[in-house]
Design a protein around this ligand. Structure first.
Ligand code: C2E
Ligand code: MG
Ligand code: MG
Length: 928
């Protein structure tokens, strides 16, 4: 009961509040206007408007008009028998006396039929401007009525009322509508205009038609005429209900007609409104007994009924029933009914269901679009949802099927396994990888993880929400990723070219050796291998064949490894083996020796036959070693020694090597500076023609004038200069210097210049020789280049070409140190050489040493057969000289005839030959 009373009070109070606050005013106005609109009524026809319209203004040509025209209009209208003429025209100021006089006379003649407009207006447009009262000049007003035309706008800009009178300065001035309608109404009061009167049906005549007599007199006889501005340019307009924007004259017509038809609208009484509210509110007491929709229906009916009654009252009795507060009450009532009807629990549930189904849809979409394979299996074993990728990866449809029937057994096992995990342990999920054979292809690797979720089902009526377990299986195909990972892991530990372990593994093994306390550190050794002249192989036969060589070498060495040893490729042509065990030292030396001898020789690599040798350094682990670096460094030092000693051999580390290494490094540093600091000189050793014992030539021999060490012999620095690449610059310098110096000497001695094999590999020797000759002016036939057998170790097209080009210049080639190298006699005849220089080691044993004698004899025979000149070096005794002469040797050099000495000293010894030098053939002849 109380609830209902409160509801009723609420309804009344809310409606009254809205009414009192003016909130409902727009609704009231709208409803009133609608009723006017829906029930239009005809005007009386007694009021006619004479329009000062655009047509009239155009015909007369100006505005304001000369007043004699108004006078003329009055006369014409009077003549047509009008009953009243109201002018909504400003006659408050005088114009010319003739016109004003004419108007005054016309007004007099009209005898009381004329009403002239008066109005209050602001002097200027500004808000606080003083008000002025505009009224007709007394001379006009004396014989006419004066009627006010002032109206007031409502707050919404509409004009809905007209005054019966205007009270200004204590005087009461009736309004034009009041005057025309017969002077009714109370002073100061306004009346509401009934805009249901159809203004479109009011008769309107253009003023110019009246003046020019074009009007049917019937239209004006006995009518009340309002003369007013209608032309847009005169800007006398108002906004009103129903009709919209109308002129001031039309507004006066509406007001006049309202009065004449007794249609002044009467507002409804507050108590009537209140009574209606109370009746509506009393309906609140039926809530609960009647169903809510019936009540709502009833409310709508009441509202429509009220409107129907209101429209009848307004139409027939000009009574404006304000139904707006009632509608407000009805709406409030409806809201109260709805609020009391809604079961909030139900509402919350509906929203929950809505949200849940939204979330479910979202989740389904997320799952379906997932990049990974996702399969969600419910407690019944049914696949509730799955991503498209899942179906694609497993190449079968999944949703709605039984997991046990569709999923591969391995993945099903994962689901079973995760369900078996006790709830408390279900925290961290680790992905697993499984190999699955799907279809025909190779097995593929899948990474998967299965997770369990406890989910609550949506609450249903009468049932509590139930927890159920759902397994989500996520998987991706990681085959490629795994393969890449394995490849990376492999590359991290193995050399991709040879398949041997890499430096990383070697160091790891050594780390184990050094960190393991159980292993005797000393029972380990490292063998370091490095191919001799691998760079030359690469340059000559290309990198591909170079790679083949490295693989072949790796295979050969790996095959020699004792059990438990490890060999790694460290990069380039460097390999290292780690050997452990009680006999590690011996094993290492044995391995090194075997490897060196096994690698020595020719490798057939595709179309190429490649000659290689290798060097090896052995180091034993030492209790003082701090880590792998120490032993590796020692092995490297030993290797270095093996290389420095000519390669193709092994060296076992000794402490003294470290000192040698330091010295060597210092030597290298000194050498680099030596050229810049001009520390080199070329000395010359005479070459003697045995037949004449005259100096026929000189050999240029480098000397290094070291600032601290004095003269350093070439045997010490040439190999180093070759190893560090300095020989290119040094050799060029020697060639240029020697040619320039010898060219200045008297006579025509020949010049022999030594050229290292490595110079051929890196320089354009033919070009260098040509420019040295050109620069010095030394004739080409006086120059010999001394080359060694090592140049022919790798038969290379480039070297062959260079040698031919040099020969083509006219320069001769001599094979130096013959007998010390490979002495592979079978290639000599293929070389473009003209001279053989027998190495001094064979001369030293002459004439007693039978071996030396045999070799000298053999070489002399070879030279003769091949038509080559023969030079013997290191001749120190006359016995040697005599023996060599008897063997048919053409030319000798040695301390017996002169040591290598500075240029100026040799230059002094050289005498111009009286006769041209005899050719070798004649020497042979004389020896023969
Ligand atoms: P090589 O071309 O065989 O030079 C002959 C070497 O024998 C020279 O040694 C010379 O001083 C030495 N010699 C000459 N007569 C006798 C003798 O009666 N008894 C003894 N015991 N030795 C004798 P050197 O000047 O020490 O040169 C050593 C090597 O250095 C040369 O051997 C040559 O291979 C190389 N060399 C010298 N100058 C140059 C150069 O400008 N360029 C190149 N690439 N190598 C050079
Ligand atoms: Mg030489
Ligand atoms: Mg020599």
């Amino acid at each position: 009961m109380l609830r209902r009373a409160v509801a009723a009070a609420l309804i009344v109070l809310i409606a009254l509040g809205a009414f009192g606050s003016g909130l409902l005013r727009p609704l009231s106005h709208t409803l009133t206007t609608l009723r006017m609109y829906s029930e239009p009524r005809a005007p009386t026809g007694d009021v006619v408007v004479v329009d000062i319209d655009s047509k009239s203004i155009a015909a007369i040509g100006s505005w304001p008009w000369p007043r004699h025209l108004h006078a003329d209009l009055i006369d014409k209208l009077v003549a047509l028998g009008v009953s009243d003429i109201a002018f909504d025209v400003d006659f408050s100021a005088a114009t010319n006396p003739v016109d004003d006089g004419a108007l005054e006379a016309a007004i007099k003649r009209a005898a009381g039929k004329i009403t002239l407009a008066a109005f209050v207006q602001k002097q200027t447009t500004s808000a606080d401007a003083a008000m002025v009262f505009n009224r007709p000049l007394p001379r006009f007003a004396d014989d006419a009525w004066v009627g006010s035309v002032n109206v007031r706008q409502d707050p919404d800009g509409m004009v809905r009322r007209f005054g019966y009178t205007l009270i200004y300065d204590g005087k009461v001035i009736p309004s034009i509508p009041a005057i025309l309608a017969g002077g009714i109404g109370a002073a100061g009061r306004e009346f509401a205009i009934d805009f249901s009167i159809d203004l479109a049906r009011v008769d309107r005549i253009s003023l110019i038609d009246v003046l020019q007599g074009r009007v049917d007199p019937q239209r004006l006889a006995g009518k009340k005429v309002i003369v007013g501005a209608q032309a847009l340019e005169l800007r006398d307009f108002f906004t009103v209900p129903v009709a919209g924007t109308i002129s001031g004259a039309m507004l006066q017509v509406a007001a006049t007609e309202t009065l004449m038809q007794d249609r002044v609208l009467r507002p409804s009484n507050f108590w009537l409104v209140f009574a209606g509210l109370v009746i509506i509110a009393s309906g609140a007491f039926v809530i609960g007994r009647v169903r809510w929709f019936a009540i709502l229906f009833g409310l709508v009916i009441v509202g429509l009924l009220a409107e129907w009654v209101a429209s009848i009252l307004q139409r027939d009795f000009a009574f404006v029933l304000n139904t707006a507060p009632w509608h407000a009450a009805l709406v409030t009532f409806a809201i109260v009914v709805l609020l009391s009807e809604i079961d909030f629990r139900e509402l919350v549930q509906t929203m929950w269901r809505l949200r849940a189904s939204n979330a479910e849809a979202l989740l389904a979409k997320v799952v379906a679009d997932n990049f990974a394979g996702v399969v969600v299996v419910d407690e019944t074993g049914m696949i509730r949802t799955a991503s498209r990728s899942a179906s694609d990866l497993l190449s079968r449809p999944l949703i709605g099927t039984l997991a046990r029937e569709t999923l591969p057994p391995e993945l099903m096992a994962a689901i079973d396994a995760v369900l078996a995990v006790p709830r408390a342990d279900r925290r961290v999920w680790h992905p697993n990888v499984v190999q699955l054979s799907l279809g025909s292809g190779k097995p593929r690797a899948f990474e998967y993880v299965a997770t369990v979720s406890e989910v609550e089902s949506a609450p249903t009526e009468g049932a509590r929400p139930q927890a159920q377990r759902v397994v989500s299986l996520t998987f991706t195909d990681v085959t490629e990723q795994r393969a890449a990972e394995e490849r990376i892991a492999y590359l991290a530990r193995f050399d991709s070219l040879t398949g041997l372990p890499n430096r990383h593994q070697l160091v790891e093994r050594l780390d184990q050796v050094f960190s393991s306390a159980r292993t005797d550190v000393r029972a380990s050794a490292v063998v370091y291998f490095d191919l001799d002249n691998f760079k030359g192989v690469n340059d000559d036969v290309g990198h591909h064949t170079g790679d083949l060589l490295l693989r072949a070498v790796a295979d050969r060495v790996a095959a020699l490894l004792p059990a438990g040893a490890l060999i790694a490729r460290l990069g380039g042509d460097e390999f290292a083996a780690v050997i452990s065990g009680p006999t590690a030292g011996d094993d290492a030396v044995a391995l090194a020796k075997q490897a060196v001898s096994l690698i020595h020789g020719a490798f057939q690599l595709g179309p190429h036959r490649v000659m290689v040798t290798t060097s090896a350094g052995v180091a034993l682990a030492d209790a003082r070693d701090k880590g792998p670096d120490d032993i590796l460094k020692r092995a490297d030092v030993a290797l270095y020694r093996a290389k420095a000693s000519g390669g193709d051999q092994i060296a076992v580390f000794e402490r003294s090597m470290l000192q040698a290494l330091v010295e060597r490094q210092k030597l290298e540093a000194d050498l680099w500076r030596a050229i810049e600091q001009k520390q080199f000189e070329v000395w010359y050793q005479p070459q003697i023609d045995l037949a004449t014992t005259r100096i026929t030539g000189v050999e240029a021999l480098l000397r290094w004038n070291h600032p601290a060490r004095g003269i350093v012999p070439p045997g010490e620095f040439i190999p180093v200069a070759e190893a560090i690449g300095l020989i290119d610059d040094l050799g060029r310098w020697a060639l240029e210097t020697a040619t320039v110096e010898v060219a200045t000497w008297p006579g025509d001695v020949r010049l022999s210049v030594n050229v290292s094999a490595s110079q051929f590999a890196r320089c354009d020797m033919a070009g260098l020789v040509a420019s040295a000759l050109e620069n010095s002016g030394l004739p080409a036939h006086r120059l010999d280049l001394e080359i060694t057998e090592s140049l022919f170790m790798q038969p290379s097209k480039a070297v062959q070409a260079a040698l031919s080009a040099i020969r083509a210049l006219g320069v001769s080639l001599a094979l130096d140190d013959f007998g010390t190298g490979y002495s592979s006699l079978n290639y000599i005849h293929r070389l473009p050489i003209t001279k053989i220089k027998l190495d001094q080691s064979f001369v030293a044993g002459l004439p007693e040493n039978a071996g030396s004698v045999a070799i000298v004899r053999a070489v002399a025979g070879l030279a003769r057969d091949l038509d080559l000149q023969l030079n013997a070096e290191g001749v120190e005794t006359t016995a040697q000289a005599a023996f060599l002469k008897s063997m048919g040797v053409d030319e000798v050099q040695g301390y017996l005839y002169g040591r290598p000495q500075p240029a100026h000293e040799v230059a002094a010894m050289v005498q111009p030959l009286p006769t041209p030098r005899r050719r070798r053939a004649s020497v042979i002849n004389s020896a023969a």
